[in-house]
Design a protein around this ligand. Structure first.
Ligand SMILES: [Zn+2]
Length: 85
């Protein structure tokens, strides 16, 4: 079982969860919609549904970050929900 931290429902498709994902290539976190594959680098942009990008069109490696890494990036307030899978 792995823990996944997520922020809110996706503003683009209103179905998927915005999962906090680690972009290893660019060493940063972003929000990734599990349904429509849209991504946001900034949670406030996701709030306003602006500056989203289609993650499938961008070439980078990803990983599921643990909570320690989320804290290090000051994204603790973004990790509102958790599910295990
Ligand atoms: Zn979506």
């Amino acid at each position: 079982m792995e823990k996944y931290y997520w922020y809110k429902n996706c503003p683009a498709c209103n179905q998927g969860r915005l999962i906090i994902t680690q972009d290893i290539t660019n060493e940063r976190l972003y929000l990734h919609c599990e349904e429509c594959e849209m991504g946001w680098l900034n949670p406030s942009d996701a709030d306003e549904n602006k500056n989203g990008f289609l993650t499938l069109l961008v070439d980078f490696e990803t990983k599921n970050p643990d909570f320690e890494l989320i804290q290090k990036n000051n994204w603790s307030p973004v990790a509102k929900y958790l599910f295990e899978e």
